[in-house]
Design a protein around this ligand. Structure first.
Ligand code: SF4
Ligand code: SF4
Length: 76
């Protein structure tokens, strides 16, 4: 059976750094960027451990602002 990997695209300008997606991720993939901020001054989310993403979409479901788009890729 093919394995599934995921990747997350963040709308960094919409993110308000609420951390909900970071806490919802079962694989510890996401983190708030400790240095950079967006135009509104929020530390936005990025993929700290992109290889660990399983594409479960938990992060996208909890984001109150719809900032996250999850893509699933099959790898053999
Ligand atoms: S899709 Fe799942 S594994 Fe990937 S970052 Fe979101 S919550 Fe974590
Ligand atoms: S849940 Fe949405 S707004 Fe909150 S930190 Fe994650 S991406 Fe940003």
């Amino acid at each position: 059976m093919a394995k599934v990997k995921g990747t997350v695209v963040v709308n960094t300008e919409r993110c308000k750094g609420c951390n909900l997606c970071v806490e919802a991720c079962p694989s510890d993939v996401l983190e708030l960027n400790p240095r950079e901020v967006n135009n509104k001054g929020y530390h936005f989310v990025y993929m700290k451990n992109p290889d660990d993403c399983i594409g479960c979409a938990n992060c996208g479901m909890v984001c109150p602002d719809g900032c996250l788009t999850i893509y699933k890729v099959k790898i053999s």
